[in-house]
Write a protein that binds this ligand. Structure first.
Ligand code: ZN
Length: 167
């Protein structure tokens, strides 16, 4: 009845001090019905409140366990969270970080230092032991700055620079 794909999360509202209110829409093609399950999840992930527009829920409430629409909504949310965590990856939380890269060129060593500082990106480069040049870039959001930072780092690594800060 509550197959994958039949449920859609239509809204996620964070309610301060209470938790997260999820509203779903479950379309059941066979009987051309649409149900609206709603869950209030605490920050610990527990169900604080549940409601659904189906007959089962109206008659039984949660006495006989949650209706399939509520189960489907809870599962859809768990899947969505897992997907978000996968996409964000371990870099998601990085807002301030500096890496120093170097590469030998003839007798000298080229050094590039990349700094991510919230929505700013600073690049310093030059030859080891000499004054370095500086370029600072400012982005609208920390996410854009982070993306530019990791793109810059990847490019340096592709050009044969080694991360001297890696420990
Ligand atoms: Zn239901």
């Amino acid at each position: 009845m509550a197959r994958r794909g039949a449920v859609e999360i239509v809204s996620e509202d964070r309610i301060g001090g209470t938790g997260l209110e999820l509203t779903g829409r479950v379309t059941v093609a066979e009987d051309r019905r649409e149900y609206r399950p709603q869950l209030l999840l605490t920050d610990e992930g527990q169900v604080a409140k549940a409601e659904c527009t189906c007959t089962f829920f109206r008659k039984q409430g949660l006495k006989a366990g949650p209706c399939p629409h509520l189960v489907a909504l809870r599962l859809a949310y768990a899947e969505q969270e897992a997907r978000r965590a996968r996409e964000a990856g371990p870099r998601a939380g990085v807002t301030v970080e500096t890496r120093t890269y170097s590469r030998r060129r003839g007798d000298a060593a080229e050094v590039v230092q990349v700094t991510l500082d919230r929505n700013r990106l600073k690049l310093r480069w030059g030859r080891a032991g000499q004054p370095m040049r500086l370029q600072a870039l400012r982005f609208n959001t920390a996410e854009e700055a982070r993306a530019a930072y990791f793109a810059r780092v990847a490019r340096l690594e592709a050009r044969g620079f080694l991360d001297a800060t890696a420990g």
